[in-house]
Design a binder for this molecule. Structure first.
Ligand SMILES: [Cu+2]
Length: 277
């Protein structure tokens, strides 16, 4: 595990597959905006000097009619259309539409609340245990139904999200109370979490490390304490973490039996696809 990532030019280093693409768009936007700002500023200064008040000079009023003034406007418009078509739409599609299919992406449920992040892993069976609002209590933050067989091997983690490096994962997010927003600056993407519906967010983390999760919607008095960590780990370290969590939940014997079952299922032909129940 790396140290806390350093900061480069005020922006935490990128640790996600689509990050470089987003960063280059941001750089392009800033460079062009600075250029436009400087050009207009110099032009304004020139006009102030060239048309300054002089003794005996009289103001001349004449309405615009020259096409010349449309040229810079047209250039800016063309540039903006190009930005949208060449960068905006493709990047948006990549982030929001081209979500990796369920079988290729680790599915993790996230139930946000004032003021914590509850992560639910489906466990070795690949199926999420049933959740029921009526079961929510101080000791069962997400209302997991222990009677559901699929819930037996589910792993819950509060504020700490562990994921393997180089593999996409998808967050299936909902909220127990108000609107929250999952944000990891190193992952360059964020998404609102709304009670009563499921929103999704996917990442393919590509740098091992520990990254801060923040809530990006002012959600109450404890908003600033609603922080967590993403641990992007070697696949073996992630598996080891998952095994430890299972052992803590089920005991060593049951945990290894559950893992063994999953392994033999995985090698059996006609294995059912990982499903999100
Ligand atoms: Cu929040």
């Amino acid at each position: 595990m790396n140290e806390e990532p350093g900061f480069a030019m005020g922006i935490p280093p990128v640790a996600v597959s689509y990050g470089a693409q987003l960063d280059s768009l941001m750089t392009l936007l800033h460079v062009v905006m600075v250029a436009i700002f400087v050009i207009w500023g110099v032009y304004l200064a020139y006009c102030l000097w060239a048309y300054r008040a002089r003794p005996g000079g009289r103001a001349v009023y004449h309405t615009a009619g020259e096409r010349a003034s449309f040229i810079p406007d047209a250039l800016v418009l063309a540039f903006e259309v190009w930005l949208i078509l060449a960068f905006g739409i493709p990047i948006w599609a990549n982030l929001k539409q081209e979500v990796p299919p369920v079988g290729e992406s680790l599915q993790i449920r996230l139930v946000a609340q004032q003021f914590a992040w509850n992560f639910q892993y489906a466990g070795p069976d690949g199926t999420f245990g049933r959740r029921d609002v009526a079961l929510i209590s101080a000791s069962n933050a997400i209302g997991l139904d222990d009677k559901d067989p699929a819930a037996k091997d589910d792993v819950l983690s509060i504020n700490n999200l562990h994921v393997p490096v180089g593999k996409p994962f998808t967050l299936l997010m909902t909220s127990k109370d108000v609107i929250h927003d999952f944000q990891v600056t190193n992952f360059r993407n964020k998404q609102d979490i709304v009670p009563g519906m499921t929103t999704t967010l996917w990442f393919e983390p590509n740098v091992i490390g520990k990254y801060e999760i923040g809530c990006a919607q002012l959600c109450g008095l404890g908003h600033t304490q609603m922080v967590g960590n993403v641990f992007v780990e070697e696949p073996a370290d992630y598996e080891a973490w998952m095994k430890t969590q299972l052992e803590l939940k089920l005991g060593t014997a049951d945990a290894s039996r559950v893992l063994e079952d999953a392994r033999s299922q995985a090698s059996a032909p006609g294995r059912a696809e990982r499903t999100e129940s």
